[in-house]
Structures are given as C-alpha cells and as structure tokens.
Design a protein around this ligand. Structure first.
Ligand SMILES: [Fe+2]
Length: 243
C-alpha cells in the first residue's frame, strides 16, 4: 500500500514530534503493509504552519529516509505537502512555495472547515485551469459537504479527486464525518483512502485494517484501487480515471 497523506516529518507541524516518533510511525506503517509514504506537512495555514517548500524540507525527507534505511525498514518516503488553500495561494504556487505529490500533477489540498462551497469550487478550478489535479483531503470534514451532498459530485465533475481519511470511516472525527465518508466510499466517489496520520498512538499510519474493511465490504479491487492502484499512479504521475 501507499499512504498519500501523512504528517510523518518530525517537528514541522502537529504530526511527528521528533525523529523517534517519526521512526515509530514508519515502523507501524511498514508493519501494516505500507511500502511508501508521501510526507505531507501542513503548509500555508493562515496564522499557523507555513512549511513552504525549501531545500531544508527536502533535507528533512532525506534525513528521515536515511534513519529508516538504517533500521532495515524498506519504506520509501516521497515529498509532498498538504496545501491549505487560503486566499493568494495561486501566487504562492507560482513562486514555488508549494510542491505537488512526488512532483506530479497531483496536489493535496485542504480548505478551511467553514469554507463556502462556491469559493472551494473556484479555488479548485484555478488549480485545474493550470494543469494541476487537486486531491481534496478529507472532503467528509467540511461543513459545505455535509450541507450540500451534491458538492461531492460537483468537485469530481470539475476534475478534482477525493481522499477520504481512514479515521473518518471509523467515526474518529464525529458522526457527520463518518456518514459522509461512508457515503463517498459507497457511491464510489472516493479516489483514495489515506491515513492523515499524526502520530504512532492515535491517528496512526496503520492502514491494513481499512484495506481489509473496504475489501470485505465492497470488493478487493476497490480496496486495492483506493490504497494501492491510484496512489501508485500519483507517484508515477499517471492519469487517474475516476467515476
Ligand atoms: Fe492532514
């Protein structure tokens, strides 16, 4: 499996606090059958984590990879960010402040939890008009998606892809999030399931259970699509054909 959304880089955001936490997260991920993780620190949060792309971030990935290799853990870490689409994000993108997932056409994005639907659509359209494919992180967590279920289809029609959090399916974030996450998966509007892991204790990078759940509840092909096939296409910068 490949985890496309994981806060594993140590000390950058509210994810792994230090290298030892990151190593434990990496071990846990590998034990659940994950071969690769795209490290996606929060970026561009107004008044919060900025983490604009820099050589220093690239070094952080290399250092973590080397620590992982030293433990004979076969896990590979790739570069990425979880880009908060605050106003002015396109200018920052043009200036090179953001990196896409493994430098592909795919960019992992998040909104303010109280974002208005029309504003969210406009931001996605801006990215799509410049050739990017936005992957909306945890669509099940946004108020506009709870209130307007058709927004799921609207975002897909625009050309965005949807990444559901594994924790949402288990009710980790609340009932609204769980109901919408299940609906997105059941209606085959989901393109990815990822951990959005923040630690080795809660919100972990362990994905074996959710892969098993999707495979048993729907089909093994669907489980593989969400956790293996589509994530591999992101790493390879290949086209993803979505429902
Ligand atoms: Fe995240």
């Amino acid at each position: 499996m490949i985890d496309i959304h994981c806060h594993i880089l140590p000390g950058l955001d509210d994810g792994a606090g230090n290298m030892s936490d990151a190593i434990e997260m990496a071990d846990l991920a590998a034990s659940s059958g994950i071969k690769s993780i795209i490290a996606t620190p929060h970026s561009n949060i107004p008044g919060g984590y900025r983490n604009y792309w820099s050589l220093s971030l690239e070094d952080d990935i290399k250092i973590l990879q080397s620590e992982i290799n030293n433990r004979n853990n076969p896990l590979t870490i790739y570069c990425g960010q979880e880009v908060f689409l605050a106003s002015g994000f396109m200018e920052l993108l043009h200036k090179g402040n953001f990196i896409t997932l493994n430098r592909s056409r795919y960019i992992l994005v998040e909104f303010d939890m109280l974002e208005q639907a029309n504003v969210a659509y406009r931001k996605l359209e801006q990215l799509i008009s410049e050739g990017y494919v936005p992957i909306v992180a945890h669509p099940e967590r946004y108020g506009f998606v709870w209130e307007q279920k058709e927004s799921v289809y609207r975002m897909k029609d625009l050309g965005a892809l949807l990444q559901v959090n594994k924790g949402s399916l288990k009710g980790r974030f609340g009932k609204n999030e769980m109901d919408v996450a299940i609906e997105i998966v059941e209606t085959f509007q989901a393109d990815f399931i990822a951990s959005d892991a923040h630690s080795q204790y809660s919100r972990t990078p362990y994905l074996a259970d959710v892969h098993e759940f999707i495979s048993e509840t729907y089909s093994s092909d669907y489980g593989d699509l969400l956790l293996k096939v589509n994530p591999q296409k992101v790493l390879n910068n290949e086209t993803i054909y979505s429902f």
